[in-house]
Write a protein that binds this ligand. Structure first.
Ligand code: SF4
Ligand code: SF4
Length: 56
């Protein structure tokens, strides 16, 4: 399962900068992960300051 960003996201952008495969982009109200691109490395979850990224 890919990682997912929940509504706790404060759109800081740290996760997107960290992702090795550029699977994270800014959506309408928060950042989002493209499940088809994510390789489940976990780097974004470790980076998020508010713990908004979890393994789905
Ligand atoms: S788990 Fe890794 S590959 Fe997937 S979105 Fe996060 S940083 Fe990118
Ligand atoms: S690191 Fe966390 S708070 Fe920052 S944009 Fe990513 S999901 Fe949102």
């Amino acid at each position: 399962m890919a990682y997912v960003i929940n509504d706790g996201c404060i759109s800081c952008g740290s996760c997107a900068a960290q992702c090795p495969v550029s699977a994270i982009s800014q959506g309408d109200s928060q950042f989002v992960i493209d499940a088809n691109t994510c390789i489940d490395c976990g780097s974004c979850a470790a980076q998020c300051p508010v713990g908004a990224i979890t393994q789905g």
